[in-house]
Design a protein around this ligand. Sequence first.
Ligand SMILES: [Zn+2]
Ligand SMILES: [Zn+2]
Length: 82
Amino acid sequence: MQIKCPKCSWIPQQDSKWTCEQCNTEINLFENVGECTSCRHRHLMVYCIDWEGGCGEMSPILDWCSGMDEELLKLNVKKLFD
Ligand SMILES: [Zn+2]
Ligand SMILES: [Zn+2]
């Protein structure tokens, strides 16, 4: 599975962190397919981290995961929109 920015192809690192837009906890958004481990808020848009070499644009999390195989993608779509 390859996760990368659909706009610039930046690949998040293992220790890349985003801030939850609801509770401000630092989380790796891809560990839980966009779900905050603290407040369970679901992020549908993912910021491409410019200070780690990304382009600074927001993209839907599904676009980041376009390299996923189909079964996994279906599972995650189900998870996202349940
Ligand atoms: Zn949160
Ligand atoms: Zn980018």
